[in-house]
Design a protein around this ligand. Structure first.
Ligand code: PGA
Length: 250
């Protein structure tokens, strides 16, 4: 059974002065039952990986280019992230889909590059408020799922993060029933498409306003295998109880 995953997405936050969070987090969780991943901005990945060396904390990227190298000013590849010490990459976050016009196909090509670099792809999907209110959530999520996931997805190399766009950074969280409905749908459709092993083994994270106060309740929902945490991953005092809540479930 794959381990649960507590992933922190620092987004465009953090400089060298913030790297001590990693050592403090590792000290607070010397032997976590779940996997702990911090995804700092690209500028910090290699220094974060140095800080995390010898601890259970793993380091990831927040995006990469689909190609390995070339004339793409300002971009970085999955191979470069691996070289810097990353073990995973977040892909297709709704902020990238919105800010950079990333389509499902772009995300899928990036995910394939991540697998080729022997890293774990954390693929984000989720509906907007308009789409939810129009009753289209399951259709949208399914379209993004199969449009964005690499064909070679397995339980070992791919993680899906369900992040309703309207819940990210807003303090609004879907009801437990809404999370359960989407996660169960994703689980079933993964099984139909990739076979039983991937269907049951691919970890499904929930993301969007996860905090110490709601983490335990969210982790108790069926088919929730962890969380992708933005704001609350920036403070050890907030991220640490989220890890403990997940360990309670693991
Ligand atoms: P949030 O962000 O926890 O700040 O809502 C989650 C995310 O964007 O991954």
């Amino acid at each position: 059974m794959t381990r649960k995953l507590a992933a922190g997405n620092w987004k465009m936050n953090g400089t060298a002065a913030d790297l001590d969070r990693i050592a403090r987090l590792a000290a607070a969780h010397p032997e976590p039952a779940c996997e702990v991943l911090i995804c700092p901005p690209a500028t910090l990945v290699s220094r974060a990986a140095e800080q995390a060396a010898g601890t259970p904390v793993k380091i990831g990227g927040q995006d990469c280019h689909p190609e390995t190298s070339g004339a793409h000013t300002g971009d970085h590849s999955a191979v470069m992230l691996a070289d810097a010490g990353a073990t995973a990459v977040i892909l297709g976050h709704s902020e990238r889909r919105a800010d950079h016009g990333e389509t499902n196909l772009t995300v899928q090509r990036k995910a394939e590059a991540v697998l080729a670099a022997d890293l774990t792809a954390i693929v984000c999907i989720g509906e907007t408020l308009d789409q939810r209110e129009a009753g289209r959530t399951l259709d949208i999520v399914e379209e993004q799922l199969f449009g964005s996931l690499p064909e070679a997805a397995t339980a070992e190399n791919t993680v899906v993060a369900y992040e309703p766009v309207w819940a990210i950074g807003t303090g609004k969280v879907p009801t437990n029933d809404q999370i359960a409905e989407v996660h169960s749908h994703i689980r079933t459709r993964l099984g139909d498409h990739y076979g039983a092993a991937a269907g049951t083994g691919i970890r499904l994270l929930y993301g969007g306003s996860v905090k110490p106060g709601n983490a335990g309740e969210i982790f108790a929902i069926d088919n929730v295998d962890g969380a992708l945490v933005g704001g609350a991953s920036l403070r050890v005092e907030d991220f640490s109880p989220i890890i403990s809540a997940l360990d309670g479930k693991a």
